[in-house]
Ligand binder design. Structure first.
Ligand SMILES: [Cu+2]
Length: 113
C-alpha cells in the first residue's frame, strides 16, 4: 500500500493467484484503515493517465493477476491515521465464490520505504 501525504488516496498493489481449477473473480475489498476501498484500473489515453472503477477482476483457473502501477490497484479513498509508512494494515478481499481472504498489506511511502 503506497501512502501519500495529506490524506490523499493510497494505492494498494499485490499479486492474486488462483490455485483452484475454476475462474474466480475478486469482487470487493475492505479495510478499516481505508474508509472506502475501491477496485480501480489505470489506463492511458492520448498521454493522459486516468483510472476507472471496476466491479470485479477475474482471475483465471490456476492463473495470476498482478495489481501494479499502471494497471489494476486498490484505491484507499479515505486513509485513516493507521495508514502510515511502516505500518501493516489488514485488507479483506471478497471473491465471487463467496470466499474471503484477510491479507496483511505493508504500508510504504511514495519512495517505497
Ligand atoms: Cu485508483
Amino acid at each position: 500500500m503506497r501512502a501519500l501525504p495529506a490524506g490523499l488516496p493510497a494505492a494498494g498493489y499485490f499479486t492474486l493467484h488462483n490455485a483452484s481449477p475454476k475462474e474466480v473473480a475478486l469482487t470487493s475489498a475492505a479495510s478499516a484503515a481505508c474508509g472506502m476501498l475501491m477496485l480501480h484500473k489505470s489506463s492511458e489515453e492520448g498521454g493522459m493517465g486516468s483510472m476507472q472503477d471496476v466491479s470485479s477482476v477475474a482471475v483465471p483457473a490456476a492463473g495470476t493477476v498482478k495489481f501494479a502501477p499502471g494497471g489494476y490497484h486498490l484505491m484507499c479513498m479515505n486513509p485513516t491515521a493507521a495508514l502510515k509508512p511502516g505500518a501493516v494494515v489488514t485488507v479483506t478481499l471478497a471473491f465471487s465464490d463467496g470466499s474471503r481472504s484477510e491479507v496483511p498489506f505493508a504500508v510504504k511511502n511514495a519512495q517505497g520505504k
